[in-house]
Design a protein around this ligand. Sequence first.
Ligand SMILES: [Fe+2]
Length: 167
Amino acid sequence: MKRHQSLHKLSRDHHHALVQARNLNLAAERNDEADLQQAALEFAAFWERELKSHFSLEELYLLPLLAKHKSTGAEEYRQTLDQHHEIRDLIDRLIERMAKATGVDPQLIEALGDSLRNHIRYEENTLFPSLEAVAGEDELRQMSEEIDEENSARSACPAPAKRTTTD
Ligand SMILES: [Fe+2]
């Protein structure tokens, strides 16, 4: 199925994420400590550079447009948020492990690769077609413009690193 032009940028991001998911799964299969460490480092950099922002743009602009036509209780809406949540949790665990320098668990790398690949497939095969079926041409174009503007604003002025409180 031909993807609507308004979703091309997000689909390109998905392609990059699939490459990363494959790298993670290959490293988990080889189960070599240096490879696992390298795959984890590359993935953590990809997360910071691209995927974290991609998730939040979908949550800020794409899901609200879907909810406008369906509801926040719609299956595609909930599934997408649940999957984002699960992937963020796995990444938090990965970064925690890397900080401790205790070696990267191949099961964790494999779980992250699998979850990411399944999530991208879900969005491409279910979420995006569902949005294309309900949203109007003008709405899709506007969403795409808002995503582009937000992207430019973020690249011009990157958000400060997330701060954690200790109290
Ligand atoms: Fe996505």
